[in-house]
Ligand binder design. Structure first.
Ligand code: AMP
Length: 502
C-alpha cells in the first residue's frame, strides 16, 4: 500500500465511500500511479497482473469520468469534486456504452463486472457483462435497456455487434485487460475488429502481465502517447509465497496429493492441471476418495463453472481443480495452498498460479509436483522468478526427477551438491537412468547461477507433517519437529538445497 489516500489521487466522494465500505484504506501501487494519470485523460500501458488492484486502477477513473460526463453535466466542474460526496442519481436515460472493458476469460469478465458494481454502487451508472457460453438473450435485453459500461469477452461481443445489438460508436474509454492472455487465447483478431468499430478519439488502457512482442506492437498501434506503469508483482507475489517442489514420478502424483491433503491445514486448495481432461479426472478421483472437490476448465458450461467457483468460494468444496486459462484472473480470498499438479511450461503461468494464494498481502503456500519430464519447466520458472524453489525431500513418493550425471568432463552434480549427494545416496540414480531424462550443459550453467535457498522447513505449515512421520528417519527430524536446530536439522538444511540442474 502507498502513503497517499484515494482523495489525494483525486478520487471523488461517492467512490471513496464505496472504497471505505470495502475497507480499502490506501491505494495499491498501481492505483497510486495510474489513477491520477487516467483522471487526467492519458492513455495507459499497465504492466501488471491480477492481484495488484489493477481493476480498481482503471474502474475508478472510468466511473468518475462517466458520471461527470453524463449527458447534460458539466465535466470540468465535476472532475475536481474529489471528496465532496456527490450522490448523483438524477438521470434516467437509455444509455449507450461509453466504456468498454475487454477481458479474455468469462470468469475475469464477471469479476470485473462485480468490481464495477462494487465501486460504482453510489453512482447512477449501469453496466452489463457480455460473455459466451450462455444464451445471449438476457445480454441483448440488458443492452437494449441501456448501459454505460460494457464488460465483455471478445467473441460474444463481436457476435452482438455484428447482429446489431451492441453499438460501440459512443465508446470513449477502452480497457484491454490481460492482453497477453488475450493473445495466447487467439483473440487478437477479434480484438482488432472490435477496436476498428470504436471512435478513434478515446482513452485507451492496455493491461498485460507480460510484454511479448505482439503486445508491444498492439500497444504502439492503439495507445496514444501512453503513460507506462509497471508494478512488479512477479517477484513480490512470489516472494510472499512459501514455495516447495516435490520430485515425484507421474504415476505417484495422485498418491502424493492424497497424502498431503490429509492435513486439515490445507483447507482451501487450488490444484492446477495442464489439461481439461486431467482436471476432470483428478476432480472425480478426489471426490471419490471423500475430498469435496470442484473443477473448472474450458469444456464446462459457463453456469457449471460459476456454480463450481461458488461452491469453492463459500467453502462447500475444499479443493478446486483448474486449468490455467479457466483460473486466470479469478480472485478467491483465503486460498491456503496452490498445488501445481503439473508444472506449466510457461513460467508466467506459474507466477499466475502461485498468485492465487497470498492474496492481498497474506502469506500462502505453493507446492509443485515435478516429474522427470518437467525438470526443464522448473528451471525456466526459477529463471523467471529469480529464486530457487525449496526441494521437499521427505515425502513418501519421492521420484526419479532428480538431475542425472553431468556431461563427461564435468563433475557429477549429484556429488557436487548436498541435494545431489543425498539423492545419489538414496539410490535415485538408478531410477533416474531409467527415466531417460537428459538436460543440456547450457541449462546446467544457467541454473547453477541460482544461489541455493536455505529456508526453514515447517512440515506443519505446508502440510507434510505426515510425510515426516512416515518417511523420515529419526536422524532427519529433530525432536518436536523443530526444523531450526539440532544435527538432524543441519543435515536437513544441507540436503534441502537445490541440486544443480542437469
Ligand atoms: P485485482 O488485481 O483488481 O484483481 O485486485 C485484487 C484484489 O485486491 C481484489 O480482491 C480487490 O478487491 C483487492 N483490492 C484492490 N485494491 C485494493 C486496495 N486499495 N486495498 C485493499 N484491497 C484492494
Amino acid at each position: 500500500m502507498t502513503q497517499r489516500s484515494f482523495a489525494d489521487l483525486g478520487v471523488s466522494g461517492p467512490l471513496q465511500r464505496a472504497l471505505r465500505s470495502e475497507n480499502y484504506t490506501h491505494p495499491t501501487p498501481i492505483q497510486d500511479q495510474a489513477i491520477p494519470q487516467l483522471l487526467d485523460g492519458k492513455d495507459l500501458l499497465g504492466i501488471a497482473q491480477t492481484g495488484t488492484g489493477k481493476t480498481a486502477a482503471f474502474a475508478l477513473p472510468i466511473l468518475q469520468y462517466l458520471f461527470a460526463s453524463r449527458p447534460g453535466e458539466n465535466i470540468d466542474a465535476q472532475r475536481n469534486d474529489a471528496g465532496k460526496g456527490n450522490s448523483g442519481g438524477r438521470h434516467r436515460r437509455r444509455a449507450v456504452p461509453r466504456a468498454l472493458i475487454l477481458a479474455p476469460t468469462r470468469e475475469l469478465a464477471i469479476q470485473i463486472g462485480e468490481s464495477f458494481r462494487t465501486y460504482g454502487r453510489h453512482l447512477p451508472l449501469r453496466h452489463t457483462v457480455i460473455l459466451g457460453g450462455v444464451s445471449q438473450h438476457s445480454q441483448v435485453r440488458a443492452l437494449s435497456g441501456g448501459v454505460d459500461i460494457l464488460v465483455a469477452t471478445p467473441g460474444r461481443l463481436l457476435d452482438l455487434v455484428e447482429q446489431g445489438h451492441a453499438r460501440l460508436g459512443q465508446v470513449s474509454h477502452l480497457v484491454l485487460d490481460e492482453g497477453d492472455l488475450m493473445l495466447d487465447m487467439g483473440f487478437l483478431r477479434d480484438v482488432r475488429k472490435i477496436i476498428a468499430a470504436l471512435p478513434a478519439k478515446r482513452q485507451t488502457m492496455l493491461f498485460s502481465a507480460t510484454m511479448p512482442s505482439d503486445i508491444s506492437r498492439l500497444a504502439r498501434e492503439i495507445l496514444n502517447d501512453p503513460v507506462r506503469v509497471e508494478v512488479s508483482p512477479r517477484t513480490i507475489t512470489v516472494e510472499k509465497v512459501d514455495q516447495r517442489v516435490f520430485f515425484v514420478d507421474t504415476g505417484n502424483k495422485r498418491a502424493l496429493l492424497a497424502h498431503l491433503l490429509r492435513d486439515a491445514g490445507m483447507s482451501r486448495v487450488i490444484v492446477f492441471t495442464r489439461t481439461k481432461r486431467g482436471a476432470s479426472r483428478l476432480a472425480m478421483q478426489l471426490e471419490k476418495s471423500g475430498i469435496s472437490t470442484e473443477s473448472i476448465h474450458g469444456d464446462k458450461a459457463q453456469n457449471a463453472r460459476q456454480s463450481a467457483l461458488a461452491r469453492f468460494r463459500n467453502g462447500h468444496a475444499r479443493v478446486l481443480v483448474a486449468t490455467d486459462v479457466a483460473a486466470r484472473g479469478i480472485d478467491i480470498s483465503g486460498v491456503t495452498h496452490v498445488v501445481n499438479y503439473e508444472l506449466p511450461n510457461i513460467p508466467e503461468s506459474y507466477v499466475h498460479r502461485v498468485g492465487r494464494t497470498a492474496r492481498a498481502g497474506a502469506g500462502g503456500v505453493a507446492l509443485s509436483f515435478c516429474d522427470a519430464s518437467e525438470r526443464p519447466f522448473l528451471r525456466g520458472i526459477e529463471r523467471v522468478t529469480k529464486r530457487p524453489i525449496t526441494v521437499v525431500e521427505n515425502h513418501p513418493h519421492r521420484g526419479s526427477a532428480l538431475p542425472r550425471q553431468a556431461a563427461s568432463g564435468g563433475q557429477d552434480p549429484r556429488k557436487s551438491s548436498p541435494a545431489g549427494r543425498a539423492a545419489h545416496k538414496s539410490g535415485t540414480s538408478k531410477r533416474r537412468a531409467a527415466s531417460g531424462f537428459s538436460g543440456s550443459n547450457k541449462r546446467r550453467t544457467a541454473s547453477n547461477g541460482n544461489a541455493p535457498k536455505r529456508q526453514g522447513w515447517s512440515g506443519e505449515r505446508i502440510a507434510t507433517g505426515g510425510a515426516r512421520s512416515e518417511g523420515t528417519s529419526p536422524s532427519r527430524t529433530s525432536p518436536g519437529g523443530d526444523a531450526s536446530g539440532g544435527a538432524g536439522a543441519h543435515r536437513r538444511r544441507r540436503s534441502r538445497r537445490r541440486p544443480p540442474a542437469a
